[in-house]
Design a binder for this molecule. Structure first.
Ligand SMILES: Cc1cc2nc3c(=O)[nH]c(=O)nc-3n(C[C@H](O)[C@H](O)[C@H](O)COP(=O)(O)OP(=O)(O)OC[C@H]3O[C@@H](n4cnc5c(N)ncnc54)[C@H](O)[C@@H]3O)c2cc1C
Length: 620
């Protein structure tokens, strides 16, 4: 489940407004495509674009297509048909994709986020390799390196930061590499003497979490730690660090990685695990997607399933500022004393209008115990006339094996899920209803901050409550408790310590997220263009809200994949003390910077679009 309070009017898709501008086509000739820069002892060359003389000839592309068995696609702008004729059947068909997250993911030219005001806009690559095998990936990596192409990798396509979208690039699209296999006793290659056999699951890099959950939990009766949103790609999330609904109990997704197969910049297929290429292995566990190579498959540990998973919901409004302040303090105290433990995850939202909303999950306890846990807080609310219950307390529990079971959920909890309704859709393809709101989302502002558990201590709690109060004068805040490991079992904290994720996660009780956006804004699509002035106004309000929170946690760390596009000190915010080690690993495995993502490891040496090496970059 993914909860972000939004205050926007989504673009009406049926507004058949012709796009004002022509689509940005493959263009922009570079003044000198052979420009080279020396950084330290290395020479870096500019990458070529389709209009450059060094762009591979038509024959070379034909050869590559043959080598790939036809799996090379020339991409057109996804809404070119709407620009040409806005009411055409092709245009209506292109627009129809936007209502279905699975369908968006099936389009090599689309991304799950359509852009970010004043930051980036989703645009297709020039060509895509629709990879079906590791050999396809090797061919694409070698071709990109030999011809100095900007390379992009896309799995689930959920990057908020636009790191899987780059015009004029060659895209490696892993969508079809989605095989899943279960193991009873997996031992990472070369680790026989060090690591005992354990149950595990191997996932193709293009698999989505729902594919993993269906195989591991629904079919296999076990648990794998993945992401909350079921359509997020497995490789992107693991390299982010990755949190799911129940991470407070099972830790980060990256910490469960046992082994990866990776194609590095030299075109070599490498195994990365604790015994073979251990530094690369460590970097893949939270070092950021797309920076170290192309992951072709991942193996993750699986665990016993608890008996139950469940959820509680509640929404309360205070009738005065004073009462809201009391409510905030009481709720934080209640969270600290009753819920800061492996049993509870997901979110509480704090909103303008003196409102709070609870949308939390629990695991391993019966519904009766979950209700009992909340009773003291509910009693406190009832005893005070200054609170209005907007949405009464609701508590549901179900057998854990059915949590991601499409057939069960369609029958018993249809209000929570949305299915891919296409005729040929795999029956297990469902997502949480809340996540559908983000299909094609156009971001106005997005900030996040890890909040240390010390803020909940008696001497600091009042300051935190006050910061939340002041923050909600500007915008809604979500506390994602499952994205901080304070309160988790010690073993999970230790496992996460051995990943590249910012150590701030280890003693954070939550990740605070403040965000807002509107409906899809792909170039050329039908509908009203975004109101940039109002989007910027929202971005300012979001920034002000975060400023208030940062007063109690200056220099807070931020989750690499759920963070601000414009963050200044991104290296320390994303990775803290781990950044220098990640930079060393980057130089070892990708010395010429073939794998570029903006604000990724080593990106300081390149222009924002990753095409031009910077003259004055230090040898990062
Ligand atoms: C609606 C939504 C819900 C989300 N929910 C959660 C959540 O519950 N928990 C959480 O932790 N995060 C969540 N996120 C953030 C998400 O985990 C990250 O954005 C993640 O990187 C997405 O992976 P992807 O494969 O779907 O996206 P992509 O955009 O395809 O990839 C993300 C990055 O990883 C790189 N990459 C992808 N595949 C590979 C590969 N095979 N090899 C090397 N690099 C690769 C891409 O180049 C890109 O830089 C959510 C994001 C969205 C939009």
């Amino acid at each position: 489940m993914h909860f972000i309070e939004r205050r926007y009017s989504p673009t009406k898709r049926r507004d058949l407004l012709k796009a004002a501008a022509t689509l940005p086509l493959l263009a922009s000739t570079m003044a000198n495509s052979l420009a080279a820069t020396t950084q330290g002892t290395k020479r870096f060359y500019s990458r070529v674009r389709p209009a450059d003389p060094d762009w591979p000839s038509a024959n070379l592309w034909v050869n590559l297509r043959e080598q790939l068995g036809g799996r090379l696609l020339k991409l057109d702008p996804p809404f070119a048909s709407c620009v040409a004729a806005h009411g055409s059947a092709a245009c209506i068909e292109a627009m129809r994709h936007l209502g279905n997250t699975f369908e968006i993911g099936d389009q090599p030219g689309l991304t799950q986020t359509s852009g970010w005001v004043d930051a980036w806009t989703s645009q297709p690559s020039a060509y895509a390799v629709a990879a079906e095998s590791t050999a396809d990936v090797v061919a694409a990596v070698n071709f990109a390196r030999q011809h100095r192409l900007r390379l992009t990798i896309k799995g689930g396509g959920h990057s908020y930061q636009g790191t899987s979208s780059a015009p004029d690039s060659l895209l490696i699209w892993t969508r079809h590499m989605n095989e899943v296999s279960l193991h009873d006793s997996f031992v990472p290659q070369g680790c026989a003497a060090k690591i005992s056999p354990q149950p595990a699951v191997t996932l193709g890099a293009g698999a989505m979490w729902i594919d993993a959950y269906d195989a591991v939990s629904t079919q296999g009766g076990r648990y794998v730690q993945g992401g909350g949103c079921t359509t997020v790609g497995v490789a992107g999330l693991i390299q982010s660090g990755g949190f799911g609904n129940f991470s407070k109990k099972y830790g980060t997704a990256a910490a469960g990685l046992l082994e990866a197969q990776v194609v590095t910049a030299d075109g070599v297929v490498r195994i990365a695990n604790a015994c073979t290429n251990p530094e690369l292995f460590w970097a893949l566990k939270g070092g950021g997607g797309g920076g170290f190579g192309v992951v072709t498959r991942l193996t993750l540990r699986t665990r016993d399933l608890p008996d139950t998973f469940g959820a509680v919901f509640l929404s309360v409004k205070a009738t005065s500022d004073e009462a809201y302040r009391d409510l905030l303090a009481k709720l934080l105290e209640f969270y600290r004393d009753a819920l800061l433990n492996p049993g509870w995850g997901e979110q509480i939202g704090f909103h303008p209008g003196n409102r709070i909303s609870v949308s939390m999950v629990f695991q391993g306890m019966p519904e009766s115990l979950a209700r009992q846990t909340w009773q003291p807080f509910l009693d406190w609310l009832s005893a005070h006339a200054s609170y209005v219950i907007d949405k009464p307390f609701e508590c549901i529990a179900l057998p854990a094996q059915h949590f991601w079971d499409a057939t069960f959920m369609k029958r018993y909890a249809p209000d929570f899920i949305v299915a891919d309704t296409r005729n040929d859709a795999p029956p297990h393809h469902v997502l949480w209803k809340g996540d559908l709101e983000q299909a094609g989302w156009f971001i106005h502002g997005y900030r996040s901050a890890w909040l240390p558990a010390s803020l909940l201590m008696p001497d600091q709690l009042a300051k935190l409550a006050d910061a939340i109060f002041r923050s909600t004068r500007h915008w809604s805040i979500g506390f994602h408790f499952n994205k901080g490991l304070a309160g988790s079992p010690a073993a999970e904290i230790e496992a996460a310590r051995d990943t590249a994720t910012n150590p701030a996660v280890l003693d954070a009780f939550a990740l605070a997220i403040i965000a807002g956006g509107s409906g899809p804004q792909f170039p050329g699509m039908l509908g009203k263009p975004v109101d940039s002035a109002s989007a910027r106004e929202q971005a300012r309000a979001i920034a002000l809200a975060m400023e208030e929170l940062l007063k109690v946690v200056p220099n807070a760390g931020s989750y690499v994949s759920e963070s601000d596009y414009f963050l200044k000190q991104w290296q320390s915010a994303f990775w803290g003390e781990h950044h220098p080690r990640l930079a060393r690993i980057k130089r070892q495995y990708d010395p010429e910077g073939l794998f570029f993502t903006r604000h990724g490891i080593g990106s300081e040496g390149w222009s924002e679009d990753g095409f031009t090496p910077l003259q004055d970059a230090k040898n990062v």
